[in-house]
Design a protein around this ligand. Structure first.
Ligand code: SF4
Ligand code: SF4
Length: 172
């Protein structure tokens, strides 16, 4: 019995030692959603961004998708000698984020976004329409396969950097 108590006391002291060591450490966790980390510049975000002006309706992206996720319907504008994209629908619930559609687009009309909050209550909400994906001002594009936009994006926040900054500020 005596032996057991000795072990118990030792374990307790060891446990408290670990607790105190961590109490004195600087917090590197993030208080989401009030505080958000900046994702990688080449992040493959859940929402596609589709540039209506650049898109010719060639459907190369749809043909490249291994999941058959992209549905495009076009009509012909004969007087202007071009296609009009009536439907550009992507089922992001089935997307494997392989990037093939973005890479295949010959007219740089398709981008990933940097959005990562994609939870919904309904499976059908993951099917994004033409208008939901349309490129508009303020939509942040990912630099995945588009290095030309990389320098305008904020740097990725790394928890390691955050810890470094905090310990640095102690000495300032
Ligand atoms: S990222 Fe891949 S799976 Fe997703 S829509 Fe594009 S080609 Fe299809
Ligand atoms: S590959 Fe590009 S240009 Fe062709 S339909 Fe898809 S987004 Fe439009």
């Amino acid at each position: 019995m005596k032996l057991k108590l000795e072990h118990y006391g030792k374990g307790l002291a060891k446990g408290l030692g670990v607790t105190f060591r961590h109490v004195l450490r600087h917090r590197i966790t993030t208080q989401y959603p009030e505080e958000r980390l900046s994702v990688s510049k080449r992040f493959r975000g859940y929402r596609m961004v589709w540039d209506e002006e650049r898109c010719t309706g060639c459907a190369t992206c749809a043909k490249s998708c291994p999941q058959g996720n992209i549905e495009i319907v076009t009509s012909t504008k004969r007087d202007e000698n071009r296609y009009v994209v009536e439907k550009f629908e992507v089922d992001t619930g089935r997307c494997i984020f392989c990037g093939l559609c973005v890479e295949a687009c010959p007219y740089d009309a398709l981008f990933y976004s940097r959005e990562y909050e994609c939870s919904t209550y309904r499976r059908s909400d993951l099917v994004l329409s033409r208008d939901q994906q349309k490129r508009t001002e303020g939509k942040e594009l990912s630099a995945y396969f588009h290095p030309e936009i990389e320098e305008n994006l904020p740097a990725q926040t790394l928890l390691l950097d955050k810890a470094g900054r905090r310990s640095q500020s102690l000495w300032d």
